[in-house]
Design a protein around this ligand. Structure first.
Ligand SMILES: Nc1nc2c(ncn2[C@@H]2O[C@H](COP(=O)(O)OP(=O)(O)OP(=O)(O)O)[C@@H](O)[C@H]2O)c(=O)[nH]1
Length: 479
């Protein structure tokens, strides 16, 4: 049953890819501005994207789709009788083989997991250019071999073929890769997690940015259509500004989708507005915008990576409370605010009693569990504005804004009591904590306050543990 299911899965993948390729091929033909002349060749984008994502599994579908369209093409132009059938396969082999080669190299690079996003983009651009070159070069040679083209024709078309393929790959394949990844639930995200990680902002904002891009390109192409002068067609380069806005502020998925829409609109308007004399300028525009948008996606990826790094720097991985650095940074800000507004603010330093014994008797895992449970119990009873952090080992810290020493003492007594009541499965005995409490003096910085609280804690330990002690200097210094 499962064998049957996997066969039908493979068959449906091949079918969908084939139909998709033929559909894109036929749609692209509608965008030709004169027979066989087009700004780009979108099937190449599907071939490269599908093979990058699915590897050799995509080869049969792409090859067959290309073969089928070649046959139809030859039939239409009456060349089929003159060309031996086996020879008709050569251009399709050249197309599918070239993109498979480029995609396989890219896949090897992705799978090593050693390259960062920017290096991956450079590799993608170079391999896309090389694969498109190979496809155009071998494709045009195979057509000459079949007798469809003579030597002079081959020489005159291969460069345009290369650029047409490359323009389509640069602008469409990033979007197609993400689309196939989503539809097939492929594992791209496991190899390129940073690509799909960061989230989206509000949809209307994205639509506004896309609208600005499309308006600018439509207006510039309409003006070019009216004036029919080369200098005016360069107006379209102003598109680079809103496309950068889009790409710096939106997710990779939305940026690549926007890029595909923008390039499709340029190709459509080119065909409709009688602008074929400026085809090279529009090809250059699509290529330039694609490359700058691709590199632009590095910015939000870097931003989100930075945020994650910052988050992990500021969070204690075991307990989920603030790390020492995170706590100290936020505490400095809260102290400054409290001093400015003449608010009372207290610090409590908490230490687990005889925690070493838990580790020694029950092991470190049990010790970890105790630390987690204690932190959870404390966090649940704090207000939103309170800070909780782990200084290190079994020592925790609480910063309590807008709280006087007597209120802090009451709260800490309540917390001590609730920890003593904790039923922790791995433990045979109760966990207890000792707490040192200090009220902040407006003139002291956080390190000085912490030192006082830590001394108070040591003092409390000497007095017999499982207790809350107030710094005897708090009231004197603070008054
Ligand atoms: N399980 C676990 N143990 C830790 C971690 N960090 C530090 N420790 C242990 O915490 C223990 C702290 O021991 P001590 O500083 O002697 O404190 P104590 O045993 O609680 O003694 P008193 O504070 O005097 O009551 C040591 O055994 C450390 O190995 C951690 O992340 N997980």
């Amino acid at each position: 049953m499962s064998k049957f299911r996997s066969i039908s899965k493979v068959a449906s993948l091949q079918l969908v890819l084939m139909l998709g390729w033929i559909l894109i091929y036929q749609t692209a033909r509608l965008l030709e501005y004169s027979p066989h002349a087009s700004l780009w060749y979108p099937p190449a984008a599907l071939s490269f994207a599908a093979m990058t994502l699915l590897g050799a599994r995509a080869f049969p579908a792409i090859f067959l789709a290309s073969l089928l369209t070649s046959f139809i093409h030859y039939q239409q132009y009456g060349a089929a009788e003159a060309v031996p059938y086996f020879a008709v396969t050569l251009p399709s082999l050249a197309h599918a083989g070239s993109y498979l080669l480029g995609a396989l190299l890219l896949r090897i690079l992705i799978r090593t997991g050693q390259v960062n996003y920017s290096a991956m983009l450079v590799a993608y651009l170079l391999l896309a250019a090389a694969a498109a070159f190979l496809a155009a070069f071998s494709g045009s040679w195979s057509l000459q071999y079949e007798g469809v083209l003579d030597n002079a024709q081959r020489q005159s078309i291969w460069l345009g073929w290369w650029i047409g393929d490359l323009v389509a790959i640069l602008s469409l394949s990033p979007f197609i890769v993400l689309l196939i990844d989503k539809l097939t639930a492929n594992n791209l995200a496991t190899h390129l997690p940073w690509l799909l990680r960061h989230g989206n902002g509000p949809l209307p904002d994205y639509l506004l940015k896309l609208f600005v891009c499309l308006m600018l390109l439509i207006v510039s192409m309409l003006i070019a259509h009216q004036v029919q002068a080369q200098e005016i067609t360069f107006l379209i380069l102003s598109l680079s500004l809103p496309t950068m806005w889009l790409v710096y502020t939106e997710s990779v998925w939305r940026s690549f989708c926007g890029l595909a829409i923008i390039s499709l609109t340029i190709a459509m308007l080119m065909a409709q507005l009688d602008l074929e004399a400026f085809a090279v300028i529009y090809q250059f525009t699509i290529a330039m915008i694609s490359v700058s948008m691709l590199f632009g996606t590095v910015v939000p990826v870097l931003q989100s990576t930075n945020q994650q790094l910052l988050h992990s720097l500021h969070t204690d991985p075991l307990t989920g409370v603030l790390s020492r650095q995170g706590f100290f940074e936020q505490a400095e800000m809260l102290l400054a605010w409290a001093a400015q507004h003449k608010d009372k603010i207290c610090l409590a330093v908490i230490d687990l009693d005889h925690f070493k014994q838990v580790n020694d008797v029950l092991g470190h895992q049990a010790g970890d569990r105790v630390l987690q449970e204690v932190c959870q119990t404390l966090s649940k009873q704090l207000r939103q504005q309170d800070l909780i952090g782990r200084f290190g080992g079994d020592e925790l810290m609480l910063l309590l804004p807008d709280t006087a020493e007597n209120e802090a003492m009451q709260l800490c007594e309540r917390l001590r009591n609730s920890i003593e009541q904790l039923q922790i499965q791995v433990l045979q005995r109760h966990v207890t904590v000792t707490v040192g409490v200090c009220e902040h003096h407006p003139d002291e910085n956080f390190s000085q306050l912490f030192l006082r609280a830590d001394k108070t804690l040591l003092n409390a330990k000497k007095l017999g543990r499982n207790r809350v002690e107030l710094d005897i200097n708090s009231a004197v210094v603070g008054s």
